[in-house]
Ligand binder design. Structure first.
Ligand SMILES: [Zn+2]
Length: 379
């Protein structure tokens, strides 16, 4: 509950994290995407965040052997919900494999808790962990902030969590009055109500009943169909939604095994298929364009990445809330691509738009903003 008035950008709270799971450096494609690979990395290492200096050497490039884990030191984690009774078989198997990995990599360096406690810990981290991302939303790790984990979810959040070194910082993104509940979003808000709630049930074991989930006011825009002289039948649209969801799941799995060209082809084919029914503003189209942009960046094809990025950004600005890290990161990616291609005027404009959002979300003094000001004045 809020006790004092907050305006957008005003800091609400700051907390140091207890644990951090690191992204491995060779993850390739995964680095360009949001959150997709976090559990894979969890299998590799689990380290206390306070051994990693803020904005210092890249933690991903440090030697694993130099780190020690600090189980038992911070008892606050024991207070956190684990939802162990709700964990399905797939998640249970994943936890078991994570624990096996932990034993394989860390038994030499530390004494691990017993199996039962480890199962609880992994379940706690999976529903209370925060994904730490850089300014372009590349995944850097997952941390546990017990106090921040107490904040409830809403699809119309009033605050936003960003990371400064090892600290989580929370800032208002709306005008807030005393008595207003402080609410964050646990999930990507791009998707329509059913998808958001499937995700919330799968990962956090609840269904949201916020105003947006009740009214579904943005669903129509998010599922926008192509304009044709003969209107598209609702059955055709629902069948395409099923195809889109299946493609998104398949693409996530294929990302680990297919080559970049195969992945790009998969994106283009699905965009062709969906494009017969869906408008470019449809979120499933945007999802596959985002994947395609990631592959282009990985393949060092800036023109391709810009082509997808420009299409995505146009609709992101309408579909996301006013202060969204998804929007600022897209302005950053595009701005930096333009600058790299010596298109300085459009580059500076895009970077300044990113900056306007980040000044509210990260605070004006965040090192990301300092670096961004330098990038803008370089040309
Ligand atoms: Zn909701």
């Amino acid at each position: 509950m809020l006790h004092q008035e907050r305006r957008p950008g005003k800091m609400w709270e700051m907390q140091e994290s207890l644990l951090l799971q690191c992204q491995m450096p060779e993850r390739g494609l995964g680095n360009a995407q949001t959150g997709v690979l976090c559990l894979n990395c969890f299998r590799r290492e689990l380290v206390p965040v306070r051994n990693i200096p803020p904005r210092g050497p890249d933690p991903r490039q440090e030697e694993n052997a130099e780190r020690k884990m600090c189980f038992g030191e911070d008892v606050a984690i024991e207070e956190i919900q684990s939802h162990e009774e709700d964990v399905d078989n797939e998640k249970r198997e994943m936890n078991e494999s994570d624990i096996a990995g932990l034993h394989r990599f860390f038994t030499k360096h530390l004494e691990l808790p017993n199996h039962k406690d480890l199962v609880t810990l992994f379940s706690q981290v999976s529903c209370n962990g925060f994904t730490i991302e850089d300014d372009e939303l590349s995944h850097m790790g997952t941390a546990v902030y017990p106090d921040v984990a107490l904040i409830n979810h809403s699809c119309l959040p009033s605050v936003i969590v960003t990371y400064n070194g090892t600290s989580a910082e929370i800032r208002a993104v709306k005008n807030m009055q005393p008595g207003d509940e402080v609410l964050i979003s646990y999930i990507d808000l791009l998707y329509p109500t059913d998808d958001r709630n499937n995700r919330l049930r799968e990962s956090y074991y609840f269904t949201c009943d916020c105003q947006e989930c009740k009214t579904k006011s943005k669903d129509k825009a998010k599922l926008k169909a192509r304009k044709r002289s003969d209107p598209i039948e609702p059955e055709v649209i629902s069948s395409m939604v099923r195809y889109a969801r299946k493609t998104i799941r398949e693409f996530r799995a294929f990302k680990q095994i297919k080559t970049p060209s195969e992945l790009l082809e998969m994106c283009e084919q699905s965009l062709d298929e969906m494009g017969a029914v869906f408008d470019d503003a449809n979120v499933y189209m945007l999802h596959m364009m985002y994947q395609a942009m990631g592959v282009c960046l990985y393949m060092e094809d800036p023109e391709g990445a810009i082509r997808y990025g420009e299409k995505i950004l146009k609709h992101y600005c309408k579909l996301y809330p006013p202060y969204s890290l998804n929007v600022s990161s897209m302005y950053l990616k595009l701005g930096r691509l333009y600058m790299g291609m010596e298109r300085y005027s459009v580059g500076v404009t895009a970077l300044k738009k990113a900056m306007a959002i980040m000044e509210v979300a990260h605070g004006k003094n965040h090192s990301y903003l300092t670096e961004l000001r330098k990038e803008i004045t370089k040309k």
